[in-house]
Design a protein around this ligand. Structure first.
Ligand code: XUL
Ligand code: CO
Length: 443
């Protein structure tokens, strides 16, 4: 039997809001029913494999600062990945969240050839399946890393070389099959290098068509193998590229329409990607819901002082409450969930910091859920919005939308029947006060 890595840490208990002691959930009580569902089923939270177990604590100027035994410099990559796997499942169990997420290369090291990489990943998928069976922790989503290896420096699907496209296609095919085998609820595609560094060497029209073709191939394969999870694309405006094609939710939606992918692929919205694009997270969630294609969420936060993807753990209840308010209104996330795509700060060296970080993120989401549920229950925002647009539910409004009046008809109506609309207050400050008071009162 392996000695536990997090030896001093027991399963994180629910301790309640009044408690100030030690590691425990103050808000996340997994079985507590809120707005008709348990907190666990609303939030469907996941730990990400990459930041939590693969990132060594380096940055662009500095080396890895963490001393994790499974990251030892000269170790056997297979043995180290096995150790990482068992530590990861020990962590999932102790944290008590229902899901995890991985990239193929997080779970299993890359081999000398693509065939060897396939064999290694298959072997690790089997080991992961055994751990999932033992612990009951399930897979929220899998994804292929199409950005780390130098072969993808000029993109995967959008590469000027069709052989790179083929290589990426093979990698996604296999990772999708592994995700299906592990019962994954979704499969994610993040186009980290599907973009450009300079337009001087880039053919935008070709790259868009290549990306559209690639996504159609993935959809076809999903149906061919009978994967019943959801395909997701995760927008981001830039980093590592200067410009990424899936810039934000609205851009992604027109891409899906342009290439006949609507209804097949949904959005995986990440908080820090939203803010990097100059949008709020609330905006991105509401936009995806307004086009009926919200799929899942990568929970984290940026830092207003930094212009990059800092991937910090969430700690802003108000920000997440507004997103959850929209999600509750849309009936939930379906197969999606909240994946903590978040990492420690480089000075947070100790294994226990991983627990502090996740417990804080989990409680922020649980608290935000309570706020959102209170706002829905009170119904004030909904009533205000419904009343604001009520003219469109009446005969005249409906006729306009049904195409019963031409521009000329409308002009005549205004001229002849004395239409003289008066502006009404949007009451923004009153509504903001309402949200703030719920943030303070929700328990
Ligand atoms: C990068 C990012 C990725 C995706 C999965 O910014 O968010 O980790 O979530 O590839
Ligand atoms: Co992400």
């Amino acid at each position: 039997m392996r000695r536990p890595f997090f030896e001093e840490i027991e399963k994180i208990p629910f301790v309640g809001v009044e408690s100030n002691e030690g590691l425990g959930y103050r808000y996340y009580d997994e079985g507590r029913v809120v707005a008709g569902r348990s907190m666990k089923d609303h939030l469907r939270m996941a730990v990400c494999y990459w930041h939590t177990f693969c990132w060594p604590g380096d940055d662009v100027f500095g080396d890895g600062a963490f001393e994790r035994p499974w990251q030892a410099a000269n170790g056997d990559p297979i043995a180290l990945a096995e150790e990482k796997l068992s530590v990861a499942f020990e962590f999932f169990e102790k944290l008590g969240l229902p899901f995890f997420c991985f990239h193929d290369r997080d779970l299993a090291p890359e081999g000398q050839s693509s065939a060897e990489s396939v064999r290694i990943l298959d072997a690790f998928a089997e080991k992961a399946a055994a751990e999932m069976e033992r612990t009951g922790v399930a897979l929220l989503w899998g994804t292929a890393n199409l950005f780390g290896h130098p072969r993808y420096a000029a993109g995967a699907a959008t590469n000027p070389d069709p052989e790179v496209f083929a290589y990426a296609a093979g990698q996604v095919k296999h990772c999708l099959e592994v995700t299906k085998r592990l019962g994954g609820a979704n499969y994610v595609m993040w186009g980290g290098r599907e973009g450009y560094d300079t337009l001087l060497n880039t053919d935008l029209r070709r790259e868009a068509d290549q990306l559209g073709r690639f996504m159609n191939l993935v959809v076809e394969h999903k149906h061919r193998i009978g994967f019943d999870g959801t395909l997701l694309i995760e927008p981001k405006p830039h980093e590592p590229t200067k410009h990424q094609y899936d810039h934000d939710v609205a851009t992604l939606h027109s891409f899906l329409q342009r290439y006949g992918l609507e209804g097949e692929i949904r959005a995986n919205v990440e908080v820090n990607h939203a803010t990097l694009a100059g949008n709020s997270f609330h905006h991105e969630i509401a936009t995806a819901i307004a086009s009926d294609f919200l799929g899942s969420v990568d929970a984290n936060r940026g830092d207003p002082q930094n212009g990059w993807d800092t991937d910090q753990f969430p700690n802003d209840v108000a920000e997440l409450a507004l997103a959850l308010y929209e999600i509750l209104g849309a009936g939930g996330l379906g197969t999606g969930g909240f994946n903590f795509d978040a990492k420690l700060r480089r000075q947070s060296l100790d294994p226990i910091d991983l627990f502090h970080a996740h417990v804080g993120g989990v409680d922020t989401l649980a608290h935000a859920l309570l706020v959102a549920a209170d706002l829905r229950k009170g119904g004030d925002l909904e009533r205000f919005v419904a009343e604001r647009y009520s003219g469109w539910d009446e005969t005249f409004g409906r006729e306009i939308l049904d195409g019963k009046h031409s521009l000329a008809d409308l002009a005549t109506r205004v001229a002849t029947s004395g239409v003289d609309p008066h502006p009404r207050s949007g009451r923004q400050e009153m509504l903001e006060n309402l949200v703030r008071s719920r943030v303070h009162s929700a328990r």
